[in-house]
Design a protein around this ligand. Sequence first.
Ligand code: FAD
Length: 695
Amino acid sequence: MTEEAVCVVICKSKRGQAQSIAEEICQQAAEHGFTADISCLSKHDKYNLDSESRPVVFVVSTTGDGDPPDTALKFVRKIKNKSLPHDHLSHLRYALLGLGDTNYANFCNGGKTIDSYLQKLGAKHFYATGHADDGTGLEVVVDPWIEGLWDALKKAFSTMSTSDQQTLSDCTQDSNHQNASDQKKNLEVDLQLLKLSEVDSPKGKTVTSDSIATEIGSTSSVASLKESVPPLSESVLNVPALPPSYLEILLVGTENVEETVLPDKDGYFEVPISKAVQLTQDDAVKTAILLELDISQQQEQVYQPGDAFDILCPNRDSEVEELLLKLDLQMQKNCTVQVNLLKNTSKKAAKVPLHIPQNGSLQFILTWCLEIRSTPKKAFLRALVDFTQNASEKRRLLELCSKQGSADYNSFVRDSSVCVLDLLRAFPSCCPPLSLLFEHLPKLQPRAYSAASSSLQHPGKVHLVFNVVEFPARPEHPARKGLCTGWLVDHVSSILEPHGTALASERPGTSALPKVHVRARPSSTFHLPSDPCVPVVMVGPGTGVAPFIGFLQQREKEREANQEATFGEMWLFFGCRHKDKDFLFREELEKFVHNGTLSHLIVCFSRDEPDAAETVNRPTYVQHNLILHAKNLAKILLEDKGCLYVCGDAKNMAKDVNDTLLEIIGNELQLDKLDAMKIVAGLREDKRYLQDIWS
Ligand code: FAD
């Protein structure tokens, strides 16, 4: 096949998912006889859509607010320009893969925005748009979308050469694409059979797919991470192409290597944790902890209530040690690591990952730079196969990354949050080289926490509140805590004060305080309205109350300083499980009510038994209380031009609150759901319905 050229344009986010998907597309393009270049949307000199004659593939991520990432803003402004003629991009043939998360409002809006402006300028799809959902797993849409891309490209090239004017079918599709031709499927099946017939058993005997299938099928009747059952165990498999390796790692020196320390860079500063208090009773279902960080020495760390702080956290020592043991690298953990690009790698646009420092020690890199708890992608599983000795284990890894094994991958890898260490435990004959981990493990991301204080009330300090995340034991992995929250709770154990300790109390003594690396993460919108007369409704159950404590402290100080001024009403809808166990900031909230800062505190307790005397059903969750106050809420939002703030759990609460808001507005204005949705969209656009939600 002659090589046809494709241009892949990406709109990157901080997490780098669009980048790795674009790289995957480029890699596969070569295998399908295409050449492909990657350009970032922000690098305007690297591509020119105005004269692009190659088909273009866009991979577009979305930020939490539903906007395209910063890298795309200039591009979006350009294609939004109303003075451009409607056929400005009529020469352009493109496909677009949008990345988003249905836990957030405006799912895939970054991709949808770019898609709609390209269409308005006359550009044509050569392949249906894909919308991948990080909430359920990007790969559910991404893998089949890429699989179908190649046939669509072939058709696009033939269409473009026979009739450049002919338009291609124009449709949008959110679900799996099954576009690969039967002919290509057959080819893959043949190739896979060939690969399987080359699998070596531990004794060096060559085994066929049939014999491996029989072996596995006969040992178990219940599927698990390690074991499969028919029909999968007897299937011929389509597996992803082996990702080319591209890194070469050198471990240098074992003695006298200085301990690598986290540099104060990228805006991070090391600050003391001056206080840590358990906010919940010992028998509460979840443990919430308040940290007070002393940021008085850091001029750069100014913040407003509504902003958050990023915290750098390390991987757990025990997990790093076990990983070193599994990789047979325990003796080299203090070696300096030099990372180079492998000469002659066939990987397109190969680069040494920026998050891996040169000359850091191996232990440092595994502890601070790589997300070793991340869920391995199918390409990683495929790569692990070649470093696995045992034939049954090889077969199971192939199944888990295969098209036929998708359901097993989803339930035993993705939904079980399996990490590379869990795989190495489950498949003990697998011993990958370090380079493979460096190629496939993403950057260890900081975790964000909303400021739960105002600097007017606590100069030089910021308060953060978090729940210690607990993952129960599963067949695939032992019980564990969330990475950052589990680390923080251990890290502050020497200064942790019990439930009931007054926040204002001074810590006796000046014993060495634990420290943490933090960086302010300002919000562009989640702040108190600039006009203090505007009424405010805050919905923040559990730790979602954090930013509202900051709002209220700020408002309390503003009221003290401007006693003659008029301030809008403040409503807070709070909820937790038990009034006496996890009612966070109870005394402080009651004080705000008492001194008039908080006009209405409306609470609910989802697990408290109703009193015997109660005749009506008590509200269980915040949305039930919103319904009870529907008239006030509608008046505040629709007549008084007030603001609604929602903070906390993205998975359930934010969706339920959104549905309740639609119901309230629909009932109040006698509108059907669609029209109510338009009103709510308008509130969002006016920045009067703001969310700070996380999952
Ligand atoms: P991780 O180890 O990162 O696990 C987090 C998620 O991964 C889990 O929720 C789960 O979905 C999945 N997961 C990982 N391992 C498993 C497993 N074995 N089994 C099942 N699921 C698994 N949090 C607060 O508590 N307070 C705040 O004020 C706050 N503010 C935030 C503000 C912003 C802007 C953002 C983006 C997030 C905020 N968060 C807040 C969330 C916080 O950043 C972290 O995500 C949270 O604390 C969990 O971090 P972790 O490292 O302990 O958990």
